[in-house]
Design a protein around this ligand. Structure first.
Ligand code: HEC
Length: 193
């Protein structure tokens, strides 16, 4: 790093190089993160739709309850990233956001209240955490029609409601409407180890 600083001191042009490099790095990491999210999301939705078809929402609750953490763990193992879901209205307390994700969620909630569509809410940057450079990526998950079976209001059938109450006594992930932000994918990767 020292020679870069020296070069920058002697040549004004070189000053621009580190910033450009960081932009390129963020663009590459963002593309990688988007790919991980797309794969994770497809797998979750695939399992969910298959379970809904096989036995309706009550049966499909098992997919989210048992399979979602496994699918996330597989995504982490394949990528070496931390891959999680979280929300401002949590169902499972295991998905409680860390401080960074909580701040991103609060920002998304405020932007959504101002009229921004949930589908466009995302943030990507390199931050310092515990002396390490860490890439953080947070992307809103919009609510789709199927999601209402378990995250809607009146759409949630009594038998589904009973099963949810049994598994998640503190469930706050209800009352959503189509296109509203249901929660987020939150990914991180330590860059310097
Ligand atoms: C069959 C019921 C069911 C359906 C349909 C469903 N979910 Fe869930 N969802 C759950 C359950 C159960 C959990 C808790 C999972 C766990 O224990 O980790 C959950 C958790 C989540 C979480 C993690 C944050 C939290 O609150 O714990 C997000 C985000 C989420 N769901 C989004 C969605 C979206 C988006 C859809 C539609 C594409 C959807 N869900 C459809 C049952 C469902």
């Amino acid at each position: 790093m020292k020679h870069l600083t020296l070069a920058a001191a002697f040549c004004g042009l070189a000053l621009a190089t580190p910033a450009l490099a960081a932009d390129d790095e963020i663009a590459a990491l963002t593309a990688e993160a988007a790919g991980i999210v797309a794969k994770f999301s497809d797998e979750l939705k695939g399992e969910l739709m298959a379970a809904m078809k096989a036995g309706g929402p009550v049966n499909a609750i098992g997919v989210c309850n048992e399979k979602a953490p496994g699918i996330a763990a597989a995504a982490e193992e394949a990528s070496g990233w931390s891959v999680r879901r979280s929300s401002h209205k949590l169902r499972n307390p295991d998905n409680t956001p860390d401080a960074y994700t909580a701040a991103a969620i609060a920002d998304f909630v405020a932007r959504e209240a101002e009229g921004a569509p949930a589908s466009g809410l995302a943030t990507a940057e390199i931050v310092e955490e515990n002396g390490q450079r860490v890439f953080r990526f947070v992307k809103a998950i919009p609510t789709g029609q199927t999601c209402l079976n378990c995250h809607g209001g009146a759409e949630v059938k009594p038998e589904t409601e009973a099963k949810l109450a049994e598994l998640y006594p503190a469930d706050a992930a209800r009352g959503f409407a189509v296109d509203q932000m249901r929660g987020v994918f939150t990914l991180s990767k330590v860059l310097d180890e």
